[in-house]
Every structure is written in structure tokens, then in C-alpha cells.
Design a protein around this ligand. Structure first.
Ligand code: NDP
Length: 240
């Protein structure tokens, strides 16, 4: 029987590439999204992958949605916590809303989406969780105190939950992408983007498919890779 995988933010950008790679690797995939119905409908039409609209920042909504996905597709064996947003600004000008919304969508979401599925994984003796952090959670970034804090939190979450799940066959790993050519990065100011590109030793942005390949590698591992953070950034920042 095919295993079921859920990808949060799985209808666009890096998440879409992960959803497609999982489908191609033989998983039944449910791709979550937040509000862009048009993109989600186009994604389903192109790929045949079912999309599920819910806010990963809302625990009740996540619990309900994970229950619905399990009823429709089957028990969830693989969870990719990928959904994320940015709301950049210098900290001395940052509003509480900018802080809270980024922490909510980028970090609280890991609790909200993982908590409803972790017991099933433990009971079945198998689970693969991959969390998407960021280079800026590893090194910090001017204008992204909120995002850097959330993405560093994703790494801590990964390390702690990996230890809890290991004896039950549940691995929890993390991928920390550098700058990848998605809408999130295209939204950057052109001067800032030019500076970023100049600081990447391999001389280009990454592609979503390069992140998806790493996710598949972690999902398909036999279980000894656990609690790790895989850094993928064209040598822009070498994490220790
Ligand atoms: P995109 O902006 O291209 O796509 C974001 C996805 O997340 C969309 O599917 C979006 O849904 C969904 N989403 C956003 N907010 C919510 C929410 N509240 N509830 C449910 N779904 C939501 O992002 P990227 O592909 O660029 O980024 C994916 C992940 O990778 C993020 O966690 C990001 O922080 C991380 N990352 C990205 C990098 C990059 O260079 N792009 C670098 C390092 C890390 P909808 O379509 O409905 O808006």
C-alpha cells in the first residue's frame, strides 16, 4: 500500500516541488495551502495532487484537516513542515503583528501540524518528518529577526523531537535552504537580491527541485539519519 505524505505549503514554490517529488517516488500526497485558491487549483489540475486549504497557524484547523486527510487518503506516514512566510523589517521598527504572524506561521505551525499526527506514527512504528528551516535561521539576517528566530526554532524542534521519536521509528530531520528561486525570493527588492546573488559562491540561486531531492533522501532513509540539519545553500554559509 502506498504511504501517505502531507506537505504544508505544498502547492507553490519549494513545497510544490516536494509534493511532486514525493508523488513521483510513489507516495499519495496531500498538499496544504493557505489562501491562494487559484494556484492550488492549477496545481491540482497539473499534477493530480489533492490540495487542502487550512491555516497552519491555527491548531484547531490543523487537527481537523489532518483528520480529514487521514479519512480521505489514509494514515499519514510522512509530514513535510514547509509552509512559511516573511514579514521583514528592522527590529527597532517591527510591529508585534510582524513578529507574531511570522512566529505563528513559521514555528507554531510545527506544533500545530505535527501534534495531530505524531501519535499515529508512534503507534504504527514508522514516521518521517522533515522540517524546512532556512540559512537565515542558521546565521541570522538583518531585517529578519522574526524569521531568523522562527527558523532557528525549527532546528531546535527537530533536534528534540528526533530524540523522542527514534525508539518508535519516527525520524525528524531538517533542511536549511539558502536562497531558492521562488516567489518568496522574487518578492525581494532588486538591489537586495543582487547583493544576495553576489554573495553565493556557486553564483546562482538554488532551484526548488534541489531541495525536494534532499527531502526525498531524508524521507527514504532507513532511520539512522535523525535530528540532522542538511544545509543546501551553494556554499553561502557553512554551518558548523
Ligand atoms: P512560497 O511563498 O513560494 O510558498 C509558500 C507556501 O506556503 C504556499 O503554498 C502558501 O500557500 C503556503 N502558506 C503560507 N502561509 C500559510 C499558512 N498560514 N497556512 C498554510 N499554508 C501557508 O514559499 P517558498 O517555497 O519560497 O518557501 C517554502 C519554505 O521554504 C518556507 O518555509 C520558507 O521559509 C523556506 N525557505 C525558502 C527559501 C527561499 O529562498 N525561497 C530559503 C530558505 C527557506 P498559498 O499559496 O495559499 O499562499
Amino acid at each position: 500500500m502506498k504511504k501517505v505524505a502531507v506537505v504544508t505549503g505544498g502547492s507553490r514554490g519549494i513545497g510544490a516541488a516536494i509534493s511532486i517529488a514525493l508523488r513521483d517516488a510513489g507516495y499519495v500526497v496531500g498538499a496544504n495551502y493557505g489562501g491562494n485558491n487559484q494556484a492550488a487549483e492549477a496545481f491540482t489540475a497539473q499534477t493530480g495532487i489533492a490540495t487542502y486549504k487550512f491555516d497552519v497557524g491555527d491548531y484547531e484547523a490543523c487537527t481537523k484537516a489532518m483528520g480529514r486527510i487521514e479519512a480521505e487518503l489514509g494514515p499519514i506516514s510522512v509530514l513535510i513542515n514547509n509552509a512559511g512566510i516573511t514579514k521583514d523589517g528592522f527590529f527597532h521598527k517591527m510591529s508585534a503583528e510582524q513578529w507574531r504572524s511570522v512566529i505563528n506561521v513559521d514555528l507554531d505551525s510545527l506544533f500545530n501540524c505535527t501534534r495531530p499526527v505524531i501519535n499515529g506514527m508512534r503507534e504504527r512504528g514508522f514516521g518521517r518528518i522533515v522540517n524546512i528551516s532556512s540559512i537565515n535561521g542558521q546565521k541570522g539576517q538583518i531585517g529578519q529577526v522574526n524569521y531568523s528566530a522562527a527558523k532557528a526554532g525549527v532546528i531546535g524542534f527537530t533536534k528534540a523531537l528526533a530524540q523522542e521519536g527514534a525508539a518508535k521509528g519516527v525520524t525528524v530531520n531538517c533542511v536549511a535552504p539558502g536562497y531558492i528561486a521562488t516567489e518568496m525570493v522574487s518578492a525581494m527588492h532588486s538591489d537586495a537580491l543582487a547583493k544576495v546573488k553576489a554573495s553565493i559562491p556557486c553564483g546562482r540561486l538554488g532551484e526548488s527541485e534541489e531541495i525536494a531531492r534532499a527531502v526525498i533522501f531524508l524521507v527514504e532513509d532507513q532511520g539512522f539519519i535523525n535530528g540532522s540539519t542538511l544545509t543546501i545553500n551553494g556554499a553561502q554559509f557553512i554551518a558548523g
